[in-house]
Design a protein around this ligand. Structure first.
Ligand SMILES: Nc1nc2c(ncn2[C@@H]2O[C@H](COP(=O)(O)OP(=O)(O)OP(=O)(O)O)[C@@H](O)[C@H]2O)c(=O)[nH]1
Ligand SMILES: [Mg+2]
Length: 452
C-alpha cells in the first residue's frame, strides 16, 4: 500500500495495557496544530518554541476531562522523523490513550502504519536504512551482545564502512569511464596493478564482514543447543539445573522424555535455545520412535550438541558415531554426567559434571559460551553483520568485485571492469538505502512496532 508522507500520523508508542505513563506520538506537517486543537493549556502549542514541554488537559466533546497530560513539541527538522512532532504523555491507562487517539483522528491525523515514524525518519534523511533497521533491533534485542551490535549499527558503524567502500569504488569506476572517453588518445588515469590492490583491499574487508554474519546471526537469534544421549544419562536433569526449575520430568525409568523440550537460557550475554531430547536407543513403541526422530532433527538443527553420557551406562561409540553423522564434530561437546557417583571411566570427554550436585556446571556454561563464539570466529573490533539483507547484498557485491579482479587479470576491456564495479556499488547502495524499492521498504518496516 502506498502511504502518503503528506499525512499527519498518530499512534500510541507505549505497550498496550496498564502502566504508570503512556505516550502518544504525532508527526507530520500539521502535528502541532492537530494536538493544539484538542489541548487546553496555558500556552498555545503553535506558538511554542521547539523542544519545549507543556502541561494541560484534554477533554471529551462533552467537556468531561479525559486526562491531564504533558505535551512535548518538536519543530521540523529537529525531531526523530524530521517533521513537526508532538509527544503526549498521559496516565498509562489504555482507555485514556484510546480516547485521545480517537480525538486526534477526528482532528486531522490518521493512524500510523507499523514503523512509519522510523520510515519517515529514513525518507526525510534523518538516518540511513541500516540505522532505521537498527532502531527495531534495539527494541527487540534480547541479549547484551545483540543490543551492543544494534547500538553500533544505529551509530553508523556499518554504514560508515559501506560508504567508504562505495566512495573508493565510485572513484575507481569514474576513472575507468573517463579513460574510456579518451581511448583514442591512449591516456591512462590508473594502472591495473594499482586498481587490483585497491579492489583486493575492499574485497578482503567485505569477505570478513560476510564471514561475521554466522556469528551475527548467533548474536541476534541465539545459539541452538541440543542435549543428546542414551536414555537416563541425565539430559532432563541437566536442563532443569540450567533453568533452576523442574521443567522436564526426570525419572530413573529410561525413555522418560519423548517430546523435545525447548527452553531459553541467557548466559554470558548470549541467548541459548536448549532442546532436551528423547534418549536415543532402539525404540520400544511408536511414540518413542517419533520422539527419537525428533531427537535426530534437533541434532541436525543445533549449532552445538551436548553429547551426554554417564559412567554407569558408559560412552556409547555407536551413538557417538550416529550423532557425528548428523552434525559436525566441531559442534559436539562430550559431557560425562553423574560424577558424584565416583565411578571409574576412561572415555575421552570435554568435561565432567553432576546435574545432581552442580559440580562442573559453571565450567560447562563457559565451554558453551566459548564454543558458541569459536564456531563462528570474529574479533571484537570487526563489524558484525547481523542482518540477512545486508549479508546478501555484501555477498553479491563480493561476487561483482571478484569478477572485476578476474577481468583485470585477464586484461579484459575496461568497460567490463567498470560495469562490475558499478554493480558492486549498486549492492552497497541498497544496504544503506541510497536506492531501494517499495517492496524492500515495506518488507523492512512492516515488521516494526506501531508507534516506532
Ligand atoms: N547420581 C546422579 N544421578 C543423576 C544425575 N543426573 C541425573 N541423575 C538421575 O538419573 C536418572 C535419569 O535422569 P533424567 O534426567 O531423567 O535422564 P534423561 O537423560 O533425561 O533420560 P531420558 O529422558 O529417559 O532419556 C534420574 O533418576 C536422575 O535423578 C547426577 O548427576 N547424579
Ligand atoms: Mg529426559
Amino acid at each position: 500500500m502506498k502511504i502518503s508522507l503528506e499525512d499527519t500520523i498518530a499512534a500510541i508508542a507505549t505497550p498496550g495495557g496498564v502502566g504508570a505513563l503512556a505516550i502518544i506520538r504525532v508527526s507530520g506537517n500539521r502535528a502541532i496544530e492537530c494536538v493544539d486543537n484538542i489541548f487546553s493549556g496555558k500556552t498555545s502549542l503553535k506558538k511554542s518554541p521547539t523542544h519545549t514541554i507543556h502541561y494541560g488537559k484534554i477533554f471529551e466533546d462533552n467537556q468531561s476531562l479525559i486526562d491531564d497530560v504533558m505535551v512535548s513539541v518538536f519543530h521540523r527538522p529537529h525531531s526523530f522523523t524530521g517533521e513537526n512532532s508532538v509527544e503526549i504523555t498521559t496516565h498509562g491507562n489504555p482507555l485514556i490513550t484510546q480516547k485521545i487517539l480517537s480525538k486526534l483522528v477526528k482532528n486531522g491525523t490518521r493512524l500510523a502504519e507499523p514503523g512509519e515514524f522510523t520510515k519517515r525518519a529514513y525518507l526525510n534523511g534523518r538516518m540511513d536504512l541500516t540505522q532505521a533497521e537498527a532502531v527495531q533491533d534495539i527494541i527487540t534485542s534480547r541479549t547484551e551482545a545483540s543490543l551492543k551490535g544494534a547500538r553500533n549499527q544505529l551509530n553508523g558503524f556499518l554504514s560508515k564502512r559501506v560508504n567508504s567502500f562505495r566512495e573508493a569504488l565510485i572513484h575507481m569506476a569514474s576513472l575507468l569511464e573517463l579513460e574510456l572517453d579518451f581511448v583514442e588518445e591512449d591516456i591512462s588515469f590508473t594502472s591495473p596493478k594499482e586498481m587490483d590492490v585497491k579492489i583486493s583491499g575492499i574485497l578482503d574487508e567485505i569477505r570478513t564482514m560476510c564471514d561475521s554474519y554466522a556469528f551475527g546471526r548467533v548474536m541476534k537469534e541465539g545459539i541452538h543447543v541440543a542435549l543428546v544421549g542414551l536414555p537416563n544419562t541425565g539430559k532432563s536433569s541437566l536442563l532443569n539445573y540450567f533453568l533452576k526449575e523442574n521443567r522436564a520430568i526426570v525419572s530413573d525409568i529410561p525413555g522418560t522424555t519423548r517430546d523435545t523440550i525447548q527452553e531459553e537460557l541467557q548466559y554470558g550475554g548470549l541467548l541459548f535455545h536448549l532442546s532436551d531430547t528423547a534418549g536415543i536407543r532402539q525404540a520400544q513403541d511408536l511414540i518413542e520412535e517419533e520422539g527419537i526422530t525428533r531427537s535426530n532433527q534437533a541434532i541436525r538443527d543445533a549449532d552445538l550438541v551436548l553429547f551426554l553420557f554417564d559412567a554407569q551406562s558408559g560412552f556409547s561409540e555407536e551413538l557417538y558415531h550416529h550423532v557425528q553423522d548428523l552434525t559436525d564434530e566441531i559442534r559436539m561437546i562430550r559431557v560425562m554426567n553423574k560424577v558424584d557417583l565416583k565411578l571409574e571411566c576412561d572415555s575421552a570427554r570435554d568435561i565432567d559434571v553432576s546435574a545432581l550436585t552442580g559440580d562442573g556446571m559453571n565450567e560447562l556454561l563457559e565451554i558453551l559460551k566459548s564454543r558458541a563464539i569459536s564456531i563462528h570466529p570474529y574479533t571484537e573490533k570487526s563489524i558484525v553483520v547481523t542482518n540477512i539483507r545486508h549479508f546478501h547484498a555484501l555477498e553479491k557485491s563480493k561476487t561483482c568485485l571478484e569478477r572485476a579482479r578476474q577481468s583485470l587479470e585477464e586484461q579484459l576491456s575496461q568497460e567490463f571492469i567498470a560495469m562490475d564495479l558499478r554493480e558492486a556499488i549498486q549492492e552497497l547502495d541498497e544496504i544503506i538505502g541510497i536506492v531501494t524499492t517499495d517492496d524492500v521498504l515495506n518488507n523492512i518496516f512492516s515488521k516494526f512496532c506501531i508507534g516506532k
